[in-house]
Design a protein. Structure first.
Length: 220
């Protein structure tokens, strides 16, 4: 029992639970959105965690990555700063680098506090390490957080639709990458897009949740 209590993964009895606290974390970060517990659990469960056999964020992370690439490419193609010698693949890869997403965006969203994952080091060794930040970096925290950021975007796209995912990307993700990956030439485009959509605290939902529920009831 002690081994389970001191592990990264928690007691085996919790591996199959819906973990509503995961939804609570995402709902705190994005107050307008209401993530179903099962969706939140999938978003915040990495494939390295033992409970991943019941579902993990791999598919949503893949989807979210492609969604963000599409939104970024649309902005780049419409930019007056785009030159013939710009390599779009390199720009996208650099801007949406998993480690950068994890360190900058994932840390901003405090995903490390809620994610379920298994580092390649024991919890006891980590606690004994003086420089825990550097240790976490070396065991892959930022990469895992980056994949979780992708999964959040994928989950929003899946659960709330393309319009909400588009607003999320341009107001909650890309502005944070202006000084951390996005080339300087396109920083103004990112700022303009963010401002046009209401700024970094702008609404993600054009209708409030109660109205959305009423619309859903009417449609059914």
């Amino acid at each position: 029992m002690k081994e389970e209590e001191n592990s990264w993964n928690g007691p085996r009895s919790t591996w199959k639970e819906s973990a509503p606290q995961l939804a609570d974390h995402l709902n705190f970060v994005f107050p307008e959105l209401h993530f179903p517990p099962e969706v939140a659990k999938r978003i915040l469960t990495h494939g390295s965690h033992p409970s991943a056999i019941y579902g993990h964020n791999g598919a949503l992370s893949f989807m979210g990555r492609r969604v963000m690439e599409s939104f970024l490419l649309l902005m780049l193609h419409s930019s007056s700063a785009l030159k013939k010698d710009h390599n779009l693949d390199e720009i996208v890869a650099r801007t949406l680098n998993s480690y950068t997403l994890g360190e900058v965006v994932g840390s901003k969203w405090a995903l490390g506090r809620a994610m379920r994952w298994t580092p390649s080091i024991s919890a006891s060794l980590l606690k004994a390490e003086a420089d825990q930040r550097e240790m976490l970096r070396s065991v892959g925290l930022y990469k895992v957080q980056g994949e979780a950021v992708n999964a959040v975007v994928g989950g929003v796209f899946f659960q709330f639709g393309a319009s909400v995912a588009h607003r999320l990307f341009h107001t909650r993700v890309l502005p944070l990458l202006i000084d951390h990956g996005l080339p300087l030439a396109f920083s103004e485009d990112a700022r303009v897009a963010c401002k046009r959509l209401g700024g970094e605290d702008g609404k993600l939902l054009l209708l409030d949740p109660l109205t959305l529920e009423q619309v859903a009831e009417t449609a059914s």
